[in-house]
Design a protein around this ligand. Structure first.
Ligand code: NAI
Length: 409
């Protein structure tokens, strides 16, 4: 039996913006020898020139891959965003060019959860205010506004990756957990779901928000919801800035309805560290403000390096698109006993028929075929028993509506 293998020495990998060394190591351990790593971001002609010869690019948040540039990347077949978000890439355009984009949405889940736990303790002990006064030479030794978290109720809005981690950690410190989620979730530990957001707000001593920003969650905590919260309760937001109406939150602090707030995310966040930061909560001593760093730890950075590199290598090696943000999903193991082709095309009737006809009319047996489509593209992986000349690729590319073709091995 023949043993097919991908010639990885011909695949150029470019990693920009000081991506964690885990990524380079993972590529090299998996046989990719042409890996170039640069500390800075690239833009303009410099980036365009590099992209002429690059097959896989890894970026963080400062390198932009817009449509006009993507149109000039003849060899590029995968993009790795070593970040949570993918706003720096025109992902829809990348899709239509047959380029899957991968990211690392959950590498920093634990980091966010740990900070939230710390903030629950800090807020319920009234530490931010005492700390601020101590810096002003004021000694505020007092039992006031200071309770243990043990036995208190934590209300979690959004019981997803982060919400569940927070629940487990908080429960192990003795808190009672209630949560509200629009989807039915499996409760972990002793966490209890509540029927409505208002039920949660009424019962919780501290409320923490872990939902994505959607039409439903925009300003989901506003004047009305704060009024429902217990007097003297605390509020934490490490999700997205627009989920809270910070003017109403400031009002809640001014009236002392809220005892403390921690906010990591804001509707307007400065684009860089040298730009000023302005928010309605800056006037209050009992508020912890952090510059969107809930997920920013060295461990998260290392996890991101590995998570995205794994997804890129899996795609490059097997064609599997697991974890791509803009692509239909095919999950496949490598199969070195067959020759494997990837064909990405516009999803119009007849393309698959033409591909199959191409092989059958030449007496070539297709031993396996996997197809996934969405409204715009079709992605087919097929395997043959016969050794085919790579020139077959040229013919497959000529099939009308073809976007991209690769022969893996
Ligand atoms: P996830 O997708 O795992 O969980 C979100 C949960 O919210 C899901 O269970 C979903 O069903 C629920 N949900 C959605 N709409 C809802 C609604 N209207 N009402 C109640 N529940 C609703 O997301 P994950 O990873 O837990 O992240 C949560 C948030 O944290 C996201 O907004 C994310 O962007 C943010 N985040 C912030 C970071 C930071 O540095 N501050 C770092 C990482 C994530």
């Amino acid at each position: 039996m023949r043993n097919y293998s991908l010639d990885k020495s011909k695949i150029k990998v470019l990693l920009l913006e000081g991506i964690h060394e885990n990524a380079e190591l993972f590529f090299r351990e998996n046989g990719y020898s042409d890996v170039e790593c640069l500390n800075g971001a690239l833009s303009g002609d410099e980036l365009e020139k590099k992209l002429q010869i690059t097959h896989i690019i890894g970026i963080r948040s400062r390198t932009e891959l817009r449509r006009s540039l993507l149109l000039k990347t003849p060899k590029l077949f995968a993009i790795g965003c070593f970040s949570i978000g993918t706003n720096q890439v025109d992902i829809q355009d990348a899709k239509m060019l047959g380029i899957p984009v991968f990211n690392a949405p959950f590498s920093n889940t634990r980091s966010v959860a740990e900070l939230v736990i710390a903030e629950i303790v800090m807020l319920m002990r009234g530490i931010p205010e005492k700390n601020a006064l101590a810096h002003q030479k004021i000694w505020m030794k007092s039992f006031n506004n200071s309770v243990e978290i043990r036995g208190k109720t934590l209300g979690i809005i959004g019981y997803g990756h982060i919400g569940t981690q927070v629940a487990i950690l908080a429960e192990s410190m003795g808190m009672n957990i209630i949560y509200y989620d629009i989807e039915k979730k499996l409760s972990l530990g002793n966490s209890k779901p509540v029927a409505s957001l208002n039920d949660l707000l009424k019962l919780a001593d501290t409320v923490t928000v872990h939902v994505p920003l959607t039409d439903l969650t925009r300003k989901m905590i506003s004047e009305k919801q704060i009024a429902v919260m217990k007097k003297g309760s605390c509020l934490i937001n490490a999700s997205r800035g627009d989920v809270l109406d910070y003017k109403s939150v400031a009002e809640g602090l001014r009236s002392k309805h809220l005892a403390g707030v921690a906010a990591d995310v804001f509707p307007q966040e400065p684009a860089s560290n040298d730009k000023p930061f302005v928010n309605d909560l800056q006037d209050f001593n009992n508020v912890i403000l952090t510059p969107h760093i809930a997920g920013s730890t060295l461990e998260a950075l290392a996890n991101i390096g590995l998570e995205v590199a794994e997804k890129l290598v899996r795609y490059s090696d097997t064609g599997s698109t697991i974890g791509a943000v803009n692509f239909v999903e095919i999950a496949l193991q490598a199969n070195s006993s067959k020759q494997r082709f990837l064909h990405i095309h516009r999803n119009v009737p007849g393309v698959l028929g033409e591909i199959n006809h191409y092989f059958s009319s030449r007496g070539i047996n297709i031993s396996a075929e996997y197809l996934q489509t969405d409204a715009e593209i079709g992605y087919v992986i097929l395997e043959t028993d016969t050794d085919l000349d790579p020139l077959v690729l040229k013919d497959l590319k000529n099939i009308p509506n073809t976007i991209r073709v690769r022969i893996l091995y």
